[in-house]
Design a protein around this ligand. Structure first.
Ligand code: TK8
Length: 339
């Protein structure tokens, strides 16, 4: 190309960069650094979606707002990051709603076994009035909940034996999330339930400090639990969301435009994350089998026995979250199932 053409091309490129930056420049956006922590590996559905969020923030703010993604629980387990958000020492995180129950008891709603049957129900409930109400409870505690992502339907793994009947769980040391509903649920099933932060889980499995755990297929794959767990039982016992949160201290110092950037980017990351997670989940079970895991389904009779045991915790959850919220949830689910 001739020098003149090259210069013209360069000028055009500069102009388009300026144009793209203009809307953001016209807005009330200052340079900001957001430390965004998460628990899973960079190469996981969680890590991929955090990257989408970071890119989106960068784009929407004309490069002024920067998200530094810090995965692998390098900033500590969920509960530690939550405290850092509340104190204002960290700006953002994504983590399990289950670890927030000590801060906002209404979060326990999402730990109800077999509450949600499919992703259509999950999206409608989480993105609708019930999900908004639960998310809203975080504000007075020092956090702002932006959106829910999908962690997914949880399934059981262990290193001892195939779990084909309820009795197979007897005496199995099973890691659960740090949450009373999960603890009660697995005690009901006869397992020896041990609460542990996610960040300690792989090592606990590897050293046989615990025999088993439960998580969605995606995590069993991305966290390489298949290396230390032989048996997988398809239980789908609960649908777990993740929630993207912001430090309220940080949030309150943002302009309207800056808040809008984070909200828009959060919605974009949610839509990406759910699709990515579902695509991966659809293939993950086959991948886990290929890695050598022995997978079994439960007979209908055994599935019913487990379900009956697990749903014994429901009354406790209802009391914990309040009957109004519980009834509203059931009413919305009934409506969804009819329509
Ligand atoms: C990651 C955890 C994880 C959750 C767990 O921080 O603890 O088992 O399923 O996704 O939130």
């Amino acid at each position: 190309r001739s020098p003149i053409r090259r210069r013209l091309a360069l000028a055009a490129a500069c102009a388009s960069v300026l144009l793209a930056a203009l809307p953001a420049a016209a807005q009330d956006i200052k340079p900001r650094l957001i430390r965004f922590g998460y628990g899973l590996a960079e190469n996981s559905n969680q890590g991929r979606a955090v990257k989408v969020f970071a890119d989106e923030v960068q784009k929407l703010s004309g490069g002024k707002m920067k998200v530094r993604a810090i995965g692998g629980a390098a900033l500590g387990p969920d509960t530690q990051m939550q405290q850092a958000l509340i104190g204002g020492a960290q700006e953002m995180m994504v983590g399990s709603t289950a670890t927030l129950v000590g801060i906002a008891k209404e979060m326990a709603l999402w730990d109800t076994p077999f509450l949600i049957n499919n992703t259509r129900e999950a999206d409608a409930l989480l993105d609708g009035p019930v999900g908004d109400k639960v998310r809203g409870k975080l504000e007075e505690k020092g956090m702002v909940g932006l959106v829910y992502w999908e962690n997914g339907f949880r399934n059981l793994t262990n290193s001892k034996r195939p779990v084909t009947r309820l009795e197979d769980l007897d005496g199995i040391k099973l890691r659960v999330m740090q949450n009373n509903v999960f603890l009660d649920s697995f005690k009901q099933l006869g397992a020896n339930a041990v609460p542990l932060p996610y960040s300690e889980l792989f090592t606990a499995l590897e050293t046989n400090a615990v025999d088993g755990q439960e998580n969605p297929y995606n995590t069993i794959l991305s966290a390489k639990f298949f290396e230390v767990q032989k048996y997988l039982t398809v239980t789908n016992h609960v649908y777990s969301p993740w929630i993207v949160t912001v430090s309220k201290k940080f949030w309150d110092g943002l302009s309207k435009d800056e808040k809008a950037v984070l909200q828009k980017a959060a919605v974009a990351s949610r839509d990406f994350e759910r699709k990515d997670t579902r695509d991966e989940a659809a293939k993950a079970l086959a991948a886990l089998k290929a890695k050598g895991m022995q997978v079994n389904e439960l007979s209908p009779a055994e599935a019913t026995r487990m379900r009956d045991k697990l749903t014994r915790v429901n009354a406790g959850v209802a009391a914990q979250v309040g009957m109004d919220l519980w009834n509203e949830t059931q009413a919305q689910l009934t409506k969804l199932r009819a329509g």
